[in-house]
Design a protein around this ligand. Structure first.
Ligand SMILES: Nc1nc2c(c(=O)[nH]1)N[C@H]1C(S)=C(S)[C@@H](COP(=O)(O)O)O[C@H]1N2
Ligand SMILES: [Mo]
Length: 522
């Protein structure tokens, strides 16, 4: 009990000190980040594949990791407590090891600053002090004095002392658990979100500008078949899939933000948020796609991104001969490598985005500035919390996922997905409603075909076309007899290339294959 309480006191102190002196330095979060850094690629992939109903795709992995760490902490506290009954020093060893783990996780962070050691150091100190104090309380007769030593001397006092110790330990444990929660709430995502869009004057100004009368982006009626089971054409921000290695959403302030464009350039550029927004803002509907998306998977969403054209900015900096990669870095040290020729292609339309669906970027999606490049998977192009652009070569610099087995260049593959019927759904026999999405950014979708069981491929009806940079919806209404069936689909892009049948896993450059759904008609 004393060990468990000391661990709780340590965690609570760590979160509280982090929230007060160095936001974002929570030892709990630092350990989570270290796990993400050190985890083998297959474990990260497994994590990304987790989904939970009610959560946007890509959020469940973070929840699972945090619960896992909490569970391990609890296990360490219980084991330490049991061990301490035999040999009291074991409790101190467990508390000490956890403290050192917190310090090590903070010290090895790619964005290490010395102030980040304060929280784990305070946690370690308070944990050991609490343990020492509770142990003394349990040993000394004085500890039980107030509650009962007057009545029961001798043999009875041991039991009374233990009860007093239990009560103190439970009190300390509860109090610190409360502190931990409050500290984490203040220091964690809550502050990030408040700093993000509301408290930041720069973001308020942007929100006002976005709200002012501007020509709306034309999304034609009939751009989706939501009534037939497809997603809406534009994904609401809270439902937009999320994929990143940031266990804690970086809390950046637009007012303090600046971007450096440097490396193999004629002239280095530096822009703050105000200078960025002084450039023309464009609205562009873009479908973002994750390379980790399985066939029929959820890691794809569409928004109208608002931002500044990237290509003219790069031309202003003046890339030197030989530069072939734009290495973009986020505030937490993550990197993406984008082919320079793709960024400079006419009509590619890469953006430094500041807003999404008419709102300043949500913290989870890269506030205050992120990159978006139509037609490339996110891991080679869509850097969130962007702070640095370096012109370099692929030979010189290797981006984050390249060292973890993923491809260097990753154009989006022509693919499609079945949204209705759902797998193993039971539907009425007769006319079936089948619907889904297809995508082939930046080329666009020319056609989708649907096949029921082993029947012939039939053309599906396509939704109104918005452009090559976004997904396109399809629907079909084949007749189905009672019994079990399967349905599949395949897309053809505007270059005339058909989605291949041969299955391929997401690693190294994106999943491929025709989606198939089994269902039953009654
Ligand atoms: N800073 C940072 N940016 C990042 C990532 C990341 O891990 N860190 N992940 C990338 C990947 S793999 C994808 S698919 C997109 C997802 O963007 P979203 O979370 O806004 O949907 O962000 C990209 N940008
Ligand atoms: Mo991704």
């Amino acid at each position: 009990m004393a060990t468990a309480s000391a661990v709780a006191a340590a965690v609570g102190t760590g979160e509280l000190v982090a929230a007060v002196v160095a936001p974002g330095s929570s030892p709990f979060g630092a350990v989570g980040d270290a796990v993400v850094r050190l985890a083998p690629p297959w474990a990260v992939e497994f994590g990304k594949s987790l989904t939970l109903p009610g959560l946007a795709a890509g959020v469940a992995d973070k929840l699972a990791l945090q619960l896992g760490i909490a569970g391990l902490l609890l296990a360490a506290a219980v084991i330490g407590g049991l061990g301490a009954r035999r040999r009291p020093v074991i409790g101190a060893v467990v508390v000490g090891l956890l403290g050192v783990l917190g310090l090590a996780a903070a010290a090895t962070s790619p964005v290490f600053r010395p102030t980040q050691l304060l929280a784990p150091a305070a946690a370690l100190g308070v944990g050991l002090a609490t343990l020492g104090w509770l142990n003394r309380l349990g040993r000394s007769p004085a500890g039980g004095a107030k509650s009962g030593s007057a009545k029961s001397g001798g043999a009875g006092s041991g039991g009374v002392r233990r009860r007093t110790l239990l009560r103190w330990s439970a009190g300390v444990g509860l109090a610190t658990a409360g502190t931990a929660l409050a500290g984490a709430a203040v220091g964690g995502d809550v502050v990030g979100r408040l700093l993000g869009s509301r408290a930041d004057p720069a973001a308020r100004a942007l929100a006002a500008r976005l709200g002012a009368a501007r020509p709306a982006t034309p999304i034609p009626p009939g751009a989706d078949f939501a009534a037939a089971g497809t997603p809406p054409f534009l994904t609401p921000n809270p439902d937009f899939y999320r994929i990143d290695t940031a266990l804690r959403v970086p809390a950046l302030s637009a007012t303090d933000w600046s971007l450096r464009v440097h490396g193999m350039v004629e002239r280095e550029l530096r822009l703050d948020y105000r200078q960025l927004l002084a450039r023309p803002l464009v609205d562009r509907p873009i479908t973002l796609t994750c390379v980790s998306n399985e066939v029929n998977g959820p890691l794809i969403s569409t928004a109208v991104f608002t931002g500044v054209e990237l290509a003219p900015l790069l031309r202003e900096a003046g890339p030197l001969r030989g530069a072939d990669q734009l290495l973009s870095t986020s505030v937490d040290g993550w990197t993406a490598g984008t082919p320079l020729d793709v960024l400079l292609e006419p009509g590619r339309g890469a953006l430094l985005a500041v807003a999404m669906n008419g709102e300043p970027l949500p913290a989870e999606h890269g506030y205050p500035v992120r990159m978006v490049v139509p037609g490339l998977y996110g891991f080679v192009s869509a850097t969130k919390w962007l702070t640095d652009l370096e012109l370099t070569t692929f030979a010189d610099r290797r981006a984050y996922w390249l060292d973890r087995g993923w491809a260097r260049t990753a154009p989006i593959k022509t693919q499609s997905r079945i949204d209705r019927p759902r797998g193993f759904q039971v539907v009425p026999a007769g006319s079936l409603t089948a619907a889904g999405i297809a995508w082939a950014q930046p080329h666009g979708i020319a056609g989708v075909e649907v096949r029921l069981d082993d029947g012939p491929w039939q053309p599906a009806t396509l939704s109104a076309e918005v452009g090559g940079h976004t997904w396109r919806m399809w629907r079909a209404d084949p007749r189905v007899a009672p019994g079990s069936h399967f349905i599949s689909c395949r897309a053809t892009d505007r270059r005339g290339r058909r989605q291949p049948a041969e299955p391929a896993p997401p690693i190294p450059d994106g999943a491929q294959g025709w989606p198939v759904i089994n269902f039953t008609a009654r």
